[in-house]
Design a protein around this ligand. Structure first.
Ligand code: HEM
Length: 486
């Protein structure tokens, strides 16, 4: 999922809209609730419950620009919409809002979420199967133990960059890096390109002045990757997408590489941040983990139920008139999957405080033909990374009052912006990794996008501690150096 850049910072305590300000009003034309703006973004769960009490399992809502949609709140109704793909299309071109002028595609901040792109997210039926079969085959080629071993290495080396300090901001130093490093590696990115791509792809989400340049850099890097893999295919997602019998064009391959990178990064980083926040703020949660009453995979599943990384999933479009949750849905209407609201539906969770144990029936990866194909990879990154962090730094405690934690929020998701912790300083790990990593491919010489397009140029290459005299440091060493300097 490509999350839009127009997000707002909120604190747990909440922002209060100026009295009478129409742009900040909780309701818009027709009295429908706004799913955007400070009121909605401060307490989304509260808003979903109000809507459920007023409208039942399906509620009329307004998106940015007061674009009309239905928010599906019921668990069963969400599953219905996600699985009845002939009735509810995933193709945005079915939406009537394009022809009624309800949205200006040139300026609407909704476009990254609801605009059409040539990828499997925006396709139905046979076309969806064609594109999706290539995506799932490209992910299925990896053996989970191999992915774990790689994540293991990335996690240890990230922790080595801050463990001596006795303090760290875990979102910046850990949870946002680990998924990105893993995904870039799985995509097949060259050692040369990786450090800048990690930075650019993270920057793309942050709504900074450099986000557009970062997006251009990410796309250019992926286009270059496709050219390189045509010449030198490997065991990676890019090569598998290109070789798949579904016959993806180069443009489709680039779109799917970008989709995988962006769909997998933000969600997995959110999940890891949320689990670690629970560890340092909820003594019961931490006690159950430490005491063995809850395993780490169970803790991750609990957080997936309680705080889905994507709270609202865009979008489905009614192929014809129908009734859903007591509401009359018209052909072409837009429906949003309320994943967080559905997970809290009393119909399936009479006591939301009760532990879910092994139950994986939540909606956080959606359902039906578009259900997340990367969920195993997301779970492996989260489980492995958090396990290593808590094993190495079992004494982490929150370094600030819990009330001062802040989020970047939007209609679709909430991201913890920082998780500062302290712990007893420890020496970096000296132990060697079980298996040596494969040799780096030869450096690229042509077609690499100009460093000016990146948000920040990589520091000059200086041999790292592991490099022999005169040897060029690997991308990984250079990235670690950037982190240490940062
Ligand atoms: C905790 C982590 C993750 C969460 C919570 C998550 C959640 C989701 C959700 C809710 C959807 C939308 C499904 C729909 O439209 O009904 C989705 C789609 C998708 N996700 Fe994930 N995701 C995660 C990690 C990943 C990873 C790691 C990858 C890739 C390695 C990935 C690749 C994709 C792709 C390609 C789609 C589009 C599938 C389609 O339309 O057929 N996701 N994900």
């Amino acid at each position: 999922m490509t999350l839009p850049a127009h997000e707002h910072a909120t604190h747990e305590g909440g922002l209060v809209p100026p009295p009478g300000c129409p742009a900040h009003a909780a309701t818009g034309p027709g009295g429908a609730a706004r799913l955007y703006g400070p009121a909605a973004e401060t307490d989304p769960m509260g808003l979903y419950e109000e809507l459920r009490a007023t409208h039942g399992p399906v509620a009329p809502v307004l998106l940015d620009g007061d674009v009309r949609a239905w928010l599906v709140l019921g668990y069963n109704e969400n599953r219905d919409v996600a699985t009845r793909s002939t009735q509810f299309s995933r193709d945005p071109r079915v939406w009537h809002g394009w022809s009624t002028g309800e949205i200006d595609p040139a300026t609407s901040p909704l476009m990254p979420m609801i605009g059409w792109r040539p990828d499997c997210v925006c396709a139905d039926g046979e076309e969806h199967q064609r594109l999706r079969s290539a995506v799932t085959a490209s992910l299925d080629q990896f053996d989970h133990r191999g992915i774990r071993r790689r994540i293991n290495r990335f996690a240890h080396e990230l922790i080595d960059t801050f463990c001596e300090a006795g303090e760290a901001e875990l979102v910046d130093r850990f949870t946002e890096h680990l998924p990105m490093l893993t995904l870039i590696h799985l995509l097949g990115m060259s050692d040369e390109a990786a450090p800048k791509l990690v930075q650019a792809a993270r920057d793309l989400f942050k709504a900074t002045e450099t986000s557009l340049a970062s997006n251009a850099f990410v796309v250019a890097s992926l286009e270059q990757l496709v050219l390189d893999k045509r010449e030198h295919p490997g065991q990676d997602i890019a090569s598998a997408l290109m070789a798949h019998p579904a016959g993806l064009t180069d443009e489709e391959v680039v779109h799917h590489l970008r989709l995988i990178l962006l769909a997998g990064y933000e969600t997995t980083a959110n999940l890891m941040s949320n689990v670690l926040r629970m560890v340092v703020t909820d003594p019961r949660f931490r006690g159950s983990l430490a005491g063995g009453q809850m395993t780490l995979p169970e803790a991750v599943e609990q957080v997936l139920w309680d705080e889905p990384p994507l709270m609202v999933c865009p979008s489905r479009y009614a192929n014809g008139d129908t009734t859903l949750g007591g509401q009359q849905i018209r052909a072409g209407d837009m429906l949003l999957l309320g994943l967080a609201a559905g997970n809290m539906d009393r119909a399936v969770r009479p006591d939301p405080a009760a532990p879910v144990h092994h139950n994986r029936a939540h909606l956080s990866f959606s359902a039906g033909s578009h259900e997340c194909p990367g969920q195993d990879v997301g779970r492996i990154i989260a489980d492995t990374g958090i396990d290593i962090l808590l094993t190495r730094l079992p004494d982490i405690v929150l370094a600030v009052p819990e009330e001062s934690l802040s989020w970047r929020s939007s209609t679709w998701a909430k991201h913890l912006t920082a998780l500062p912790v302290t712990f007893a300083p420890r020496a970096p790990r000296t132990q060697q990794f079980e298996a040596p990593l494969p040799a780096a491919p030869p450096p690229q010489t042509a077609g690499i996008p100009s460093p000016a397009a990146a948000p920040e140029a990589a520091p000059a290459a200086v041999p790292g501690p592991a490099a022999g005299p005169g040897a060029r440091p690997s991308w990984w060493e250079r990235l670690l150096r950037m982190l240490r300097l940062g």
